[in-house]
Write a protein that binds this ligand. Structure first.
Ligand code: SAM
Length: 462
């Protein structure tokens, strides 16, 4: 029989209790382990979470950066959210879409979805995360499946969206099968908080009220054959130390029972929204704590992607990319119909965003800081998902696949969407990176493909 998923609160409390005010030698022992890229125990992770000392934190950030560079190189994957529907039957205290908020609700028609997608494609996006409130009447699974098809079927002169991730409410195995059949990338669901009493206080009514149903969503998704699942915590609802340890326990549970843990972990921080007051949330994080979370997650699960949204400012995004973030959104709108052009946006957003730069400016910033923005979607399209992706990542082979793919998508982007300055910067960077590729066969094939891209070929990948 399958093991029951239990986040043992007493165990987490005891880890945090035992590691309070850790001795210097103990912290040094954990740091030494981390810098040798060794697996960290729960107690090791708890020890690091308890540290506040600035100098120790600098070391944690440095090691996290080293791990990131070693596993992910200097690539950053880019995506955008697309809000489909603001109907919601839940009352989540923190959310602008909560049922009790009087807002003009709507959902996009298939034509409107395609219009939004055209506008996202004009910004160069190739990966989307579809978002929706939970409402079995106004936004059922068949609507979501039709929306996925509509997205994949929308083309502009430079191609189409190549990967659609889905962030919708916990549902049944049958519904997850429909998502799987529709060809989704990652199924993303945030636990919001793993702390049961806080979860219950934050989710007042609606299906999301059930902690047990929500936390077992990935079991059902995996049963339906979805092997890329993306977790997250809404940081600011409860003690971040508890949440990071609980994320690790959840991840290990999935590894034990389904051979693969989280594909990604998102690190949203709570933002102001309609119908809530940030002053009423006692666990809001300081920036230093937020950076610490990202770095410790990177140390604890080196092969799991970390996703950062535009909830964070440009400056914070620039900084934590160095400590372990591997995917960021760009040019995001968090309202239904938010990408519509030339009109007042008709819908209210779910929460406020803090980085309003257009994607090209985000990409310019990344390039300036030595990162390679990537629109690569190859793994999912080549069937490298779940444990196949993880074994590729763990073998280090990923460098021979993701790196050249990232360079090809960057070249495509520059040619199709870049201005002269950007095209020049990309040209310089791409060929410098090509020169560093040690594998002759891959380097030569990549050079050949880059020429083909310049001649007009698109969507080439390894
Ligand atoms: N309705 C689905 C669900 O319940 O999982 C989809 C989620 S919603 C479109 C995406 C995420 O936004 C939520 O899981 C939550 O973590 C986050 N969110 C909600 N209110 C927020 C706020 N005020 N600030 C930041 N993030 C928020």
């Amino acid at each position: 029989m399958e093991e029951q998923l239990i986040i043992d609160h007493e165990y987490i409390y005891s880890l945090l209790e035992e590691t309070q005010n850790p001795a210097k030698e103990e912290v040094e022992r954990v740091l030494a382990k981390a810098s040798r890229f060794e697996h960290l125990s729960h107690r090791d992770i708890a020890t690091l979470l308890q540290v506040d000392d600035e100098d120790v934190m600098k070391q944690v950030f440095k090691i996290a950066g080293q791990i990131k560079r070693r596993i992910y190189g200097n690539r950053i994957v880019i995506f955008a959210p697309l809000y489909l529907s603001s109907y919601c039957v839940n009352n989540c205290v923190y959310c602008g879409y909560k049922k009790d908020n009087e807002i003009a609700r709507r959902r996009l028609s298939m034509e409107e979805i395609q219009e939004e997608v055209m506008n996202l494609e004009e910004m160069g996006h190739k990966r989307l995360a579809l978002e929706a409130g939970e409402d079995p009447k106004n936004c059922d699974i068949d609507y979501i499946v039709d929306a996925i098809k509509a997205v994949y079927d929308t083309y502009n002169e430079n191609g189409n969206i190549r990967r659609v991730n889905i962030n919708i409410a916990a549902t049944t195995v049958e519904d997850y099968r429909k998502l799987k059949d529709a060809g989704i990338g990652t199924y993303i669901l945030f636990q919001e908080t793993y702390h049961r009493p806080t979860y219950e206080a934050m989710h007042l009514s609606g299906p999301k009220k059930s902690y047990d149903y929500h936390i077992t969503a990935f079991n059902r998704a995996m049963e339906a054959g979805i092997d890329d699942v993306g977790a997250g915590v809404l940081f600011g609802l409860y003690d971040y130390k508890f949440e990071v340890l609980a994320l690790m326990l959840h991840n290990e549970y999935l590894e034990r029972n389904y051979n693969v843990g989280f594909h990604t972990i998102s690190v949203p921080r709570i933002k102001a929204a309609k119908g809530m007051n940030l002053d009423e949330f006692p666990y809001l994080l300081r920036d230093e704590e937020f950076k610490k979370i990202v770095a410790i997650i990177r140390l604890a699960v080196p092969f799991t992607g970390i996703i950062l949204s535009t909830r964070e400012s440009q400056a914070m995004r620039q900084e934590v990319i160095e400590y372990g973030v591997s995917q960021i959104s760009a040019g995001s709108c968090t309202g239904v119909g938010g990408y519509k052009k030339g009109e007042e946006r008709r819908d209210e957003s779910q929460f406020q965003v803090a980085d309003n730069r257009r994607p090209l400016d985000v990409l310019k910033g990344l390039l300036k800081d030595g990162h390679i923005p990537s629109y690569c979607t190859a793994c999912y399209r080549m069937g490298r998902t779940g444990d196949r992706f993880m074994s590729l990542a763990k073998s280090g082979e990923i460098q021979n696949v993701c790196h050249p793919n990232a360079l090809m998508t960057l070249m495509e982007y520059a040619l199709d969407y870049g201005d002269e300055e950007f095209k020049e910067a990309v040209g310089d960077m791409v060929y410098q990176e090509v020169d560093r590729i040690g594998n002759d066969k891959i380097r030569l094939q990549l050079l050949f493909n880059l020429e083909k891209i310049k001649e007009g070929s698109r969507d080439l990948y390894f």
